[in-house]
Design a protein around this ligand. Structure first.
Ligand code: AMP
Ligand code: MG
Length: 525
Protein backbone atom coordinates (compact mmCIF):
# COMPACT_ATOMS: atom_id res chain seq x y z
CA UNK A 1 0.00 0.00 0.00
CA UNK A 2 1.32 3.45 -0.89
CA UNK A 3 1.92 5.58 2.14
CA UNK A 4 3.23 9.08 2.67
CA UNK A 5 6.50 7.83 3.89
CA UNK A 6 7.31 5.55 1.02
CA UNK A 7 7.15 8.52 -1.34
CA UNK A 8 10.57 9.80 -0.25
CA UNK A 9 12.70 9.80 -3.36
CA UNK A 10 16.20 11.31 -3.50
CA UNK A 11 15.70 12.41 -7.10
CA UNK A 12 13.27 15.11 -5.96
CA UNK A 13 16.08 17.45 -5.16
CA UNK A 14 17.41 17.26 -8.71
CA UNK A 15 14.30 18.79 -10.22
CA UNK A 16 15.01 22.14 -11.75
CA UNK A 17 11.69 23.93 -11.83
CA UNK A 18 12.81 26.37 -14.48
CA UNK A 19 13.57 23.57 -16.89
CA UNK A 20 9.88 22.80 -16.98
CA UNK A 21 8.52 26.26 -17.59
CA UNK A 22 5.93 26.04 -20.33
CA UNK A 23 5.36 28.50 -23.07
CA UNK A 24 2.11 30.09 -21.98
CA UNK A 25 1.06 30.85 -25.55
CA UNK A 26 1.30 27.16 -26.38
CA UNK A 27 -0.50 26.29 -23.20
CA UNK A 28 -3.23 28.78 -24.02
CA UNK A 29 -3.72 27.17 -27.42
CA UNK A 30 -4.00 23.75 -25.83
CA UNK A 31 -6.59 25.12 -23.43
CA UNK A 32 -7.95 28.30 -24.99
CA UNK A 33 -9.39 30.76 -22.49
CA UNK A 34 -13.14 30.86 -22.70
CA UNK A 35 -15.30 33.80 -23.59
CA UNK A 36 -14.87 37.43 -22.90
CA UNK A 37 -17.82 39.48 -21.85
CA UNK A 38 -20.18 36.55 -21.37
CA UNK A 39 -18.42 34.29 -18.90
CA UNK A 40 -18.87 34.46 -15.15
CA UNK A 41 -15.14 34.99 -14.99
CA UNK A 42 -15.13 38.09 -17.10
CA UNK A 43 -16.09 40.46 -14.31
CA UNK A 44 -13.33 39.27 -12.02
CA UNK A 45 -10.26 41.28 -11.27
CA UNK A 46 -7.20 39.06 -11.00
CA UNK A 47 -4.30 40.53 -9.09
CA UNK A 48 -2.03 37.44 -8.88
CA UNK A 49 0.45 38.98 -6.46
CA UNK A 50 2.21 35.68 -5.75
CA UNK A 51 3.12 35.47 -9.39
CA UNK A 52 5.07 38.71 -9.10
CA UNK A 53 7.51 37.01 -6.73
CA UNK A 54 9.18 35.56 -9.82
CA UNK A 55 10.14 32.24 -11.34
CA UNK A 56 12.26 31.06 -8.43
CA UNK A 57 8.99 30.48 -6.60
CA UNK A 58 6.96 28.56 -9.13
CA UNK A 59 6.63 27.20 -12.63
CA UNK A 60 3.93 28.54 -14.88
CA UNK A 61 2.00 25.49 -15.86
CA UNK A 62 -1.16 24.56 -17.74
CA UNK A 63 -3.74 22.32 -16.20
CA UNK A 64 -4.45 18.93 -17.67
CA UNK A 65 -8.19 18.87 -17.45
CA UNK A 66 -10.60 16.07 -16.73
CA UNK A 67 -12.14 14.37 -19.75
CA UNK A 68 -15.92 14.81 -19.91
CA UNK A 69 -16.18 16.46 -16.53
CA UNK A 70 -19.34 16.67 -14.46
CA UNK A 71 -20.30 18.68 -11.41
CA UNK A 72 -20.28 16.90 -8.08
CA UNK A 73 -21.04 19.83 -5.81
CA UNK A 74 -20.61 23.54 -5.22
CA UNK A 75 -20.44 25.37 -1.94
CA UNK A 76 -22.96 28.19 -1.86
CA UNK A 77 -21.39 29.51 1.31
CA UNK A 78 -17.96 29.73 -0.24
CA UNK A 79 -19.29 31.44 -3.37
CA UNK A 80 -21.23 33.88 -1.20
CA UNK A 81 -18.12 34.71 0.83
CA UNK A 82 -16.27 35.30 -2.42
CA UNK A 83 -19.02 37.67 -3.54
CA UNK A 84 -20.05 35.45 -6.46
CA UNK A 85 -23.69 35.16 -7.53
CA UNK A 86 -25.53 32.02 -6.43
CA UNK A 87 -25.90 30.89 -10.06
CA UNK A 88 -22.21 31.30 -10.93
CA UNK A 89 -21.85 27.60 -11.78
CA UNK A 90 -24.60 27.84 -14.42
CA UNK A 91 -22.20 29.78 -16.59
CA UNK A 92 -21.38 27.76 -19.69
CA UNK A 93 -17.64 27.97 -19.09
CA UNK A 94 -17.58 27.26 -15.34
CA UNK A 95 -17.46 23.47 -15.56
CA UNK A 96 -14.58 23.64 -18.04
CA UNK A 97 -12.64 26.08 -15.89
CA UNK A 98 -13.07 24.20 -12.63
CA UNK A 99 -12.15 20.86 -14.14
CA UNK A 100 -8.95 22.30 -15.57
CA UNK A 101 -10.06 22.33 -19.20
CA UNK A 102 -10.17 26.09 -19.73
CA UNK A 103 -9.02 29.33 -18.18
CA UNK A 104 -10.85 32.57 -17.64
CA UNK A 105 -9.07 35.71 -18.76
CA UNK A 106 -6.68 36.84 -16.08
CA UNK A 107 -5.96 33.41 -14.63
CA UNK A 108 -2.25 32.61 -14.68
CA UNK A 109 -1.89 28.99 -13.60
CA UNK A 110 1.28 28.02 -11.78
CA UNK A 111 2.65 25.36 -9.48
CA UNK A 112 4.73 26.59 -6.55
CA UNK A 113 7.83 24.99 -5.13
CA UNK A 114 8.26 24.09 -1.49
CA UNK A 115 10.13 21.56 0.60
CA UNK A 116 9.49 20.16 4.03
CA UNK A 117 9.80 17.66 6.82
CA UNK A 118 7.60 14.60 6.51
CA UNK A 119 7.08 12.60 9.69
CA UNK A 120 10.01 14.45 11.25
CA UNK A 121 12.43 13.64 8.43
CA UNK A 122 13.76 16.15 5.94
CA UNK A 123 12.10 15.23 2.65
CA UNK A 124 13.81 17.76 0.38
CA UNK A 125 11.92 19.36 -2.44
CA UNK A 126 8.20 18.77 -2.68
CA UNK A 127 5.98 21.44 -4.23
CA UNK A 128 2.53 21.59 -5.77
CA UNK A 129 2.53 18.13 -7.29
CA UNK A 130 -1.14 18.24 -8.11
CA UNK A 131 -2.24 21.72 -7.12
CA UNK A 132 -2.35 24.58 -9.56
CA UNK A 133 -2.75 28.21 -8.48
CA UNK A 134 -5.17 29.91 -10.83
CA UNK A 135 -4.57 33.38 -9.47
CA UNK A 136 -5.93 35.83 -6.96
CA UNK A 137 -9.21 37.74 -7.03
CA UNK A 138 -10.70 40.55 -5.03
CA UNK A 139 -13.56 39.55 -2.77
CA UNK A 140 -15.61 41.08 0.04
CA UNK A 141 -13.36 39.01 2.36
CA UNK A 142 -10.22 40.54 0.83
CA UNK A 143 -7.96 39.05 -1.84
CA UNK A 144 -8.42 35.30 -2.27
CA UNK A 145 -6.36 32.78 -4.19
CA UNK A 146 -7.95 29.95 -6.13
CA UNK A 147 -6.33 26.59 -6.62
CA UNK A 148 -7.26 23.48 -8.56
CA UNK A 149 -6.29 20.25 -6.85
CA UNK A 150 -6.00 17.24 -9.12
CA UNK A 151 -5.63 18.95 -12.52
CA UNK A 152 -2.71 16.88 -13.74
CA UNK A 153 0.98 16.52 -13.07
CA UNK A 154 3.30 19.47 -12.54
CA UNK A 155 7.09 19.69 -12.47
CA UNK A 156 6.83 18.91 -8.75
CA UNK A 157 4.80 15.72 -9.12
CA UNK A 158 7.82 13.43 -8.95
CA UNK A 159 6.36 9.97 -9.41
CA UNK A 160 2.81 11.08 -8.70
CA UNK A 161 0.12 11.34 -11.35
CA UNK A 162 -1.04 14.84 -10.41
CA UNK A 163 -4.54 13.53 -9.84
CA UNK A 164 -6.88 13.42 -6.90
CA UNK A 165 -9.49 10.71 -6.60
CA UNK A 166 -13.19 11.37 -6.10
CA UNK A 167 -13.13 9.69 -2.66
CA UNK A 168 -10.55 11.97 -1.10
CA UNK A 169 -11.81 15.02 -2.99
CA UNK A 170 -15.29 14.60 -1.52
CA UNK A 171 -13.68 14.39 1.91
CA UNK A 172 -11.60 17.54 1.35
CA UNK A 173 -14.52 19.44 -0.17
CA UNK A 174 -16.92 18.60 2.65
CA UNK A 175 -14.47 19.02 5.49
CA UNK A 176 -13.13 22.39 4.32
CA UNK A 177 -16.61 23.83 4.39
CA UNK A 178 -17.55 21.98 7.58
CA UNK A 179 -14.54 23.45 9.41
CA UNK A 180 -15.47 26.92 8.22
CA UNK A 181 -18.99 26.46 9.58
CA UNK A 182 -17.50 25.28 12.88
CA UNK A 183 -15.58 28.57 13.04
CA UNK A 184 -12.17 26.93 12.61
CA UNK A 185 -9.63 28.64 10.32
CA UNK A 186 -9.36 26.67 7.10
CA UNK A 187 -8.82 26.80 3.39
CA UNK A 188 -12.19 26.75 1.65
CA UNK A 189 -13.64 24.65 -1.15
CA UNK A 190 -15.65 26.35 -3.88
CA UNK A 191 -16.61 23.34 -5.95
CA UNK A 192 -15.90 19.78 -6.91
CA UNK A 193 -15.90 18.28 -10.38
CA UNK A 194 -15.40 14.66 -11.39
CA UNK A 195 -14.76 12.48 -14.41
CA UNK A 196 -14.68 8.82 -15.39
CA UNK A 197 -10.91 9.12 -15.87
CA UNK A 198 -9.42 6.10 -14.08
CA UNK A 199 -6.82 6.78 -11.40
CA UNK A 200 -4.76 4.07 -9.76
CA UNK A 201 -4.47 4.05 -5.97
CA UNK A 202 -4.80 0.88 -3.86
CA UNK A 203 -7.51 0.07 -6.38
CA UNK A 204 -8.75 1.79 -9.52
CA UNK A 205 -10.76 4.89 -8.73
CA UNK A 206 -11.91 7.92 -10.72
CA UNK A 207 -10.50 11.44 -10.90
CA UNK A 208 -11.84 14.66 -9.45
CA UNK A 209 -10.77 18.27 -9.07
CA UNK A 210 -11.43 20.37 -5.96
CA UNK A 211 -11.20 24.13 -6.27
CA UNK A 212 -9.69 25.45 -3.07
CA UNK A 213 -9.84 29.05 -1.94
CA UNK A 214 -7.70 30.83 0.66
CA UNK A 215 -6.07 34.20 1.28
CA UNK A 216 -2.80 32.33 0.80
CA UNK A 217 -1.60 28.77 0.33
CA UNK A 218 1.92 29.52 1.58
CA UNK A 219 3.21 26.81 3.90
CA UNK A 220 6.07 26.51 6.38
CA UNK A 221 7.66 24.38 3.65
CA UNK A 222 7.88 27.33 1.24
CA UNK A 223 10.27 28.99 3.70
CA UNK A 224 12.14 25.78 4.40
CA UNK A 225 12.75 25.40 0.69
CA UNK A 226 14.66 28.65 0.26
CA UNK A 227 16.48 28.27 3.56
CA UNK A 228 17.66 24.75 2.69
CA UNK A 229 18.74 25.83 -0.78
CA UNK A 230 20.63 28.77 0.68
CA UNK A 231 18.69 31.34 -1.27
CA UNK A 232 18.61 34.24 1.21
CA UNK A 233 17.31 36.72 -1.34
CA UNK A 234 14.26 34.59 -2.11
CA UNK A 235 13.80 33.76 1.55
CA UNK A 236 13.65 37.44 2.41
CA UNK A 237 11.37 38.20 -0.54
CA UNK A 238 8.97 35.49 0.65
CA UNK A 239 8.99 36.79 4.22
CA UNK A 240 8.41 40.33 2.98
CA UNK A 241 5.56 39.09 0.80
CA UNK A 242 3.87 37.34 3.70
CA UNK A 243 4.36 40.31 6.01
CA UNK A 244 3.16 42.89 3.51
CA UNK A 245 0.08 40.96 2.44
CA UNK A 246 -0.91 38.99 5.50
CA UNK A 247 0.79 40.34 8.62
CA UNK A 248 1.20 44.09 7.98
CA UNK A 249 1.55 44.83 11.70
CA UNK A 250 4.88 42.97 11.71
CA UNK A 251 6.32 45.64 9.42
CA UNK A 252 6.01 48.16 12.24
CA UNK A 253 7.93 45.92 14.68
CA UNK A 254 11.58 46.60 15.49
CA UNK A 255 12.45 43.14 14.13
CA UNK A 256 9.80 42.33 11.46
CA UNK A 257 10.92 38.75 10.74
CA UNK A 258 10.98 37.78 14.39
CA UNK A 259 7.56 39.42 14.65
CA UNK A 260 6.39 37.27 11.75
CA UNK A 261 7.61 34.14 13.51
CA UNK A 262 5.79 35.22 16.64
CA UNK A 263 2.58 35.98 14.75
CA UNK A 264 2.61 32.58 13.01
CA UNK A 265 3.35 30.93 16.36
CA UNK A 266 0.30 32.58 17.93
CA UNK A 267 -2.04 31.63 15.11
CA UNK A 268 -0.79 28.05 15.10
CA UNK A 269 -1.31 27.78 18.86
CA UNK A 270 -4.89 29.04 18.45
CA UNK A 271 -5.55 26.57 15.65
CA UNK A 272 -4.26 23.65 17.70
CA UNK A 273 -6.56 24.54 20.60
CA UNK A 274 -9.52 24.66 18.24
CA UNK A 275 -8.67 21.29 16.68
CA UNK A 276 -8.37 19.73 20.11
CA UNK A 277 -11.64 21.22 21.30
CA UNK A 278 -13.70 19.98 18.37
CA UNK A 279 -11.92 16.61 18.26
CA UNK A 280 -10.34 17.06 14.84
CA UNK A 281 -7.31 15.00 13.85
CA UNK A 282 -5.42 16.23 10.80
CA UNK A 283 -3.45 13.06 10.19
CA UNK A 284 -0.44 14.40 8.25
CA UNK A 285 0.99 17.40 10.07
CA UNK A 286 4.14 17.57 7.97
CA UNK A 287 5.70 21.01 7.67
CA UNK A 288 4.53 21.22 4.06
CA UNK A 289 0.97 20.88 5.35
CA UNK A 290 1.26 23.81 7.79
CA UNK A 291 -0.20 27.12 6.64
CA UNK A 292 1.66 30.31 7.56
CA UNK A 293 -1.77 31.86 8.10
CA UNK A 294 -2.71 29.27 10.70
CA UNK A 295 -5.33 27.67 8.45
CA UNK A 296 -6.23 24.00 8.37
CA UNK A 297 -4.82 22.91 5.03
CA UNK A 298 -4.46 19.73 2.96
CA UNK A 299 -7.25 17.50 4.09
CA UNK A 300 -6.13 13.92 3.61
CA UNK A 301 -6.57 11.12 6.13
CA UNK A 302 -8.19 13.46 8.70
CA UNK A 303 -10.87 12.34 11.10
CA UNK A 304 -13.14 13.53 13.89
CA UNK A 305 -13.03 11.56 17.10
CA UNK A 306 -15.80 9.02 17.55
CA UNK A 307 -15.23 7.20 20.87
CA UNK A 308 -12.89 9.43 22.81
CA UNK A 309 -9.36 8.11 22.83
CA UNK A 310 -6.64 10.72 23.22
CA UNK A 311 -4.19 8.40 21.47
CA UNK A 312 -6.43 8.03 18.45
CA UNK A 313 -4.48 7.87 15.17
CA UNK A 314 -6.66 8.82 12.23
CA UNK A 315 -4.07 8.08 9.55
CA UNK A 316 -3.65 4.39 8.91
CA UNK A 317 -0.14 5.10 7.55
CA UNK A 318 0.99 6.83 10.78
CA UNK A 319 1.98 3.62 12.53
CA UNK A 320 4.06 5.41 15.17
CA UNK A 321 1.27 7.80 16.13
CA UNK A 322 3.38 10.89 15.53
CA UNK A 323 0.21 12.77 14.59
CA UNK A 324 -2.16 11.10 17.05
CA UNK A 325 -4.91 13.41 18.38
CA UNK A 326 -3.13 14.12 21.66
CA UNK A 327 0.19 14.76 19.87
CA UNK A 328 -1.07 17.50 17.58
CA UNK A 329 -0.12 20.51 19.72
CA UNK A 330 3.34 18.99 20.17
CA UNK A 331 3.67 18.28 16.46
CA UNK A 332 2.77 21.88 15.64
CA UNK A 333 5.40 23.04 18.13
CA UNK A 334 7.98 20.85 16.38
CA UNK A 335 6.90 22.28 13.03
CA UNK A 336 7.20 25.82 14.33
CA UNK A 337 10.82 25.06 15.22
CA UNK A 338 11.42 23.96 11.64
CA UNK A 339 9.81 27.20 10.48
CA UNK A 340 11.96 29.21 12.92
CA UNK A 341 15.04 27.40 11.68
CA UNK A 342 14.15 28.43 8.13
CA UNK A 343 13.69 32.06 9.17
CA UNK A 344 16.90 32.11 11.20
CA UNK A 345 19.01 33.75 8.44
CA UNK A 346 16.62 36.71 8.55
CA UNK A 347 16.52 36.95 12.31
CA UNK A 348 20.26 36.68 13.10
CA UNK A 349 19.80 36.67 16.80
CA UNK A 350 19.04 33.16 18.13
CA UNK A 351 17.48 34.60 21.26
CA UNK A 352 15.06 36.63 19.19
CA UNK A 353 13.86 33.50 17.40
CA UNK A 354 13.55 31.62 20.69
CA UNK A 355 11.63 34.56 22.18
CA UNK A 356 9.29 34.62 19.22
CA UNK A 357 8.48 30.93 19.69
CA UNK A 358 8.27 31.14 23.46
CA UNK A 359 4.60 32.22 23.79
CA UNK A 360 3.39 29.05 22.07
CA UNK A 361 2.72 27.02 25.19
CA UNK A 362 1.12 29.83 27.14
CA UNK A 363 -1.06 30.90 24.23
CA UNK A 364 -2.03 27.31 23.46
CA UNK A 365 -2.94 26.62 27.10
CA UNK A 366 -4.94 29.85 27.35
CA UNK A 367 -6.77 29.13 24.10
CA UNK A 368 -7.41 25.57 25.23
CA UNK A 369 -8.83 26.80 28.51
CA UNK A 370 -11.02 29.32 26.71
CA UNK A 371 -12.32 26.64 24.32
CA UNK A 372 -13.00 24.05 27.01
CA UNK A 373 -14.60 26.56 29.36
CA UNK A 374 -16.93 27.50 26.53
CA UNK A 375 -17.64 23.83 25.84
CA UNK A 376 -18.52 23.41 29.52
CA UNK A 377 -20.77 26.47 29.35
CA UNK A 378 -18.70 28.43 31.84
CA UNK A 379 -18.61 32.19 31.57
CA UNK A 380 -16.19 33.12 34.35
CA UNK A 381 -12.68 31.81 34.46
CA UNK A 382 -11.72 30.25 37.77
CA UNK A 383 -8.53 28.66 39.00
CA UNK A 384 -9.66 25.03 39.02
CA UNK A 385 -11.48 25.13 35.67
CA UNK A 386 -8.57 23.41 33.98
CA UNK A 387 -8.75 20.43 36.30
CA UNK A 388 -12.55 20.29 35.92
CA UNK A 389 -12.15 20.09 32.13
CA UNK A 390 -9.18 17.72 32.21
CA UNK A 391 -10.92 15.38 34.67
CA UNK A 392 -13.99 15.39 32.44
CA UNK A 393 -11.83 14.44 29.47
CA UNK A 394 -10.20 11.69 31.48
CA UNK A 395 -13.58 10.38 32.47
CA UNK A 396 -14.68 10.46 28.85
CA UNK A 397 -11.55 8.57 27.81
CA UNK A 398 -11.89 5.97 30.57
CA UNK A 399 -15.46 5.27 29.45
CA UNK A 400 -14.69 5.59 25.72
CA UNK A 401 -17.75 7.75 25.26
CA UNK A 402 -18.50 9.37 21.95
CA UNK A 403 -16.70 12.72 21.87
CA UNK A 404 -19.25 14.79 19.93
CA UNK A 405 -22.40 13.26 21.42
CA UNK A 406 -21.17 13.51 25.00
CA UNK A 407 -20.27 17.18 24.76
CA UNK A 408 -23.56 17.91 23.06
CA UNK A 409 -25.58 16.09 25.71
CA UNK A 410 -23.77 17.85 28.51
CA UNK A 411 -25.71 20.95 27.50
CA UNK A 412 -28.82 19.21 28.92
CA UNK A 413 -27.20 18.87 32.34
CA UNK A 414 -29.71 19.88 34.99
CA UNK A 415 -27.94 21.56 37.88
CA UNK A 416 -30.82 21.11 40.35
CA UNK A 417 -29.99 19.06 43.44
CA UNK A 418 -30.94 15.44 42.94
CA UNK A 419 -31.33 15.70 39.14
CA UNK A 420 -30.19 12.41 37.59
CA UNK A 421 -29.10 13.68 34.22
CA UNK A 422 -29.69 10.33 32.58
CA UNK A 423 -29.22 11.60 29.02
CA UNK A 424 -25.56 12.17 29.58
CA UNK A 425 -25.04 9.85 32.58
CA UNK A 426 -26.16 6.80 30.62
CA UNK A 427 -23.30 7.28 28.21
CA UNK A 428 -20.87 6.30 30.96
CA UNK A 429 -20.21 2.78 32.17
CA UNK A 430 -18.84 4.14 35.44
CA UNK A 431 -21.94 6.02 36.67
CA UNK A 432 -20.43 6.72 40.08
CA UNK A 433 -17.51 8.49 38.50
CA UNK A 434 -19.92 10.51 36.40
CA UNK A 435 -21.95 11.43 39.50
CA UNK A 436 -18.82 12.53 41.32
CA UNK A 437 -17.76 14.74 38.47
CA UNK A 438 -21.34 15.95 38.02
CA UNK A 439 -21.40 17.13 41.63
CA UNK A 440 -18.29 19.23 41.00
CA UNK A 441 -19.77 20.61 37.80
CA UNK A 442 -23.01 21.51 39.60
CA UNK A 443 -21.03 23.34 42.26
CA UNK A 444 -18.99 25.17 39.66
CA UNK A 445 -22.12 26.26 37.79
CA UNK A 446 -23.62 27.54 41.02
CA UNK A 447 -20.47 29.53 41.71
CA UNK A 448 -21.23 31.71 38.70
CA UNK A 449 -25.00 31.66 39.13
CA UNK A 450 -25.36 29.81 35.86
CA UNK A 451 -28.87 29.57 34.48
CA UNK A 452 -29.36 26.13 32.89
CA UNK A 453 -31.43 27.14 29.87
CA UNK A 454 -29.11 29.96 28.99
CA UNK A 455 -26.03 27.79 29.49
CA UNK A 456 -27.53 25.05 27.31
CA UNK A 457 -28.16 27.52 24.51
CA UNK A 458 -24.56 28.75 24.72
CA UNK A 459 -23.13 25.21 24.81
CA UNK A 460 -25.17 24.27 21.77
CA UNK A 461 -23.49 27.05 19.86
CA UNK A 462 -20.06 25.64 20.74
CA UNK A 463 -20.50 21.86 20.82
CA UNK A 464 -21.59 20.75 17.34
CA UNK A 465 -24.37 18.29 16.72
CA UNK A 466 -22.93 17.37 13.32
CA UNK A 467 -19.32 16.70 12.37
CA UNK A 468 -17.97 14.94 9.28
CA UNK A 469 -17.51 11.52 10.76
CA UNK A 470 -15.68 9.06 8.53
CA UNK A 471 -18.68 6.80 8.10
CA UNK A 472 -20.87 9.70 6.97
CA UNK A 473 -18.29 10.72 4.38
CA UNK A 474 -17.96 7.08 3.36
CA UNK A 475 -21.69 6.73 2.72
CA UNK A 476 -21.64 9.83 0.50
CA UNK A 477 -18.56 8.52 -1.33
CA UNK A 478 -20.18 5.15 -1.90
CA UNK A 479 -23.25 6.71 -3.54
CA UNK A 480 -21.09 9.08 -5.56
CA UNK A 481 -19.33 6.13 -7.13
CA UNK A 482 -22.68 5.35 -8.72
CA UNK A 483 -23.09 8.90 -9.92
CA UNK A 484 -25.50 9.90 -7.15
CA UNK A 485 -24.31 13.04 -5.35
CA UNK A 486 -27.41 13.64 -3.24
CA UNK A 487 -25.69 12.44 -0.12
CA UNK A 488 -22.77 14.81 -0.70
CA UNK A 489 -25.27 17.66 -1.00
CA UNK A 490 -27.22 16.52 2.03
CA UNK A 491 -24.07 16.33 4.16
CA UNK A 492 -22.91 19.66 2.84
CA UNK A 493 -26.11 21.33 3.89
CA UNK A 494 -26.14 19.68 7.34
CA UNK A 495 -22.53 20.59 8.00
CA UNK A 496 -23.18 24.19 7.07
CA UNK A 497 -25.26 24.47 10.25
CA UNK A 498 -23.42 22.09 12.57
CA UNK A 499 -24.90 23.58 15.75
CA UNK A 500 -28.58 23.50 14.73
CA UNK A 501 -30.89 20.61 15.57
CA UNK A 502 -32.16 20.34 11.94
CA UNK A 503 -35.25 18.32 11.12
CA UNK A 504 -35.00 14.67 10.01
CA UNK A 505 -31.28 14.58 10.63
CA UNK A 506 -31.08 12.53 13.83
CA UNK A 507 -29.27 9.68 12.08
CA UNK A 508 -26.42 11.99 11.16
CA UNK A 509 -25.95 12.98 14.78
CA UNK A 510 -26.13 9.43 16.08
CA UNK A 511 -23.39 7.04 17.22
CA UNK A 512 -21.23 5.66 14.44
CA UNK A 513 -22.09 2.14 13.31
CA UNK A 514 -19.73 -0.67 14.31
CA UNK A 515 -18.28 -0.86 10.78
CA UNK A 516 -16.97 2.71 11.14
CA UNK A 517 -14.19 1.35 13.33
CA UNK A 518 -12.99 -0.78 10.45
CA UNK A 519 -12.50 2.18 8.11
CA UNK A 520 -8.83 2.66 7.28
CA UNK A 521 -7.98 6.10 6.07
CA UNK A 522 -4.46 6.34 4.69
CA UNK A 523 -2.40 9.05 3.01
CA UNK A 524 -3.25 7.62 -0.38
CA UNK A 525 -5.52 10.13 -2.06
P1 AMP B 1 0.54 15.33 0.82
O1 AMP B 1 0.94 14.13 1.57
O2 AMP B 1 -0.79 15.21 0.11
O3 AMP B 1 0.65 16.59 1.60
O4 AMP B 1 1.58 15.45 -0.40
C1 AMP B 1 2.96 15.53 -0.22
C2 AMP B 1 3.61 15.90 -1.53
O5 AMP B 1 3.30 14.94 -2.52
C3 AMP B 1 3.18 17.23 -2.11
O6 AMP B 1 4.28 17.79 -2.75
C4 AMP B 1 2.10 16.85 -3.08
O7 AMP B 1 1.92 17.80 -4.10
C5 AMP B 1 2.64 15.56 -3.62
N1 AMP B 1 1.60 14.67 -4.10
C6 AMP B 1 0.69 14.00 -3.37
N2 AMP B 1 -0.10 13.26 -4.16
C7 AMP B 1 0.32 13.47 -5.44
C8 AMP B 1 -0.10 12.99 -6.71
N3 AMP B 1 -1.12 12.14 -6.84
N4 AMP B 1 0.56 13.43 -7.79
C9 AMP B 1 1.59 14.28 -7.66
N5 AMP B 1 2.04 14.76 -6.50
C10 AMP B 1 1.40 14.36 -5.40
MG1 MG C 1 0.34 18.43 1.32
Amino acid sequence: MATCRTRIDPSWSRINPLAYTVDMDTAAQAHPPVGTGQSAGSGLHWSNRFQRLGLQFYTEWAAEGLPQPYWVACSEACARDMGWPTDWADDASALSVFSGNAMWDGMRPLASVYSGHQFGVWAGQLGDGRALWLGEIDSPAGPLELQLKGAGPTPYSRRGDGRAVLRSSIREFLCSEAMQALGIPTTRALCLTGSALPVRRETWETAAVVTRVAPSFIRFGHFEHFAANQQPVELRALADFVIDHHYPDCREAAAPYAALLRAVTLRTAELMAQWQAVGFCHGVMNTDNMSVLGLTIDYGPFGFLDAYDPDHICNHSDTGGRYAYSQQPQAAWWNLHAFAHALQPLIDDRDAAANALAPYTVVYEAARKRCFNAKLGLIDHQADDVSLAEDWLQLMAANAVDYTITWRRLAQFNSDDGARNDAVRDLFIDRDAFDAWGARYRQRLRAENSFDAQRAAGMNRINPRFVLRNHLAEAAIEESRNGDFNEVHRLMSLLQQPFDEQADAAAYADFPPAWAQQLDISCSS
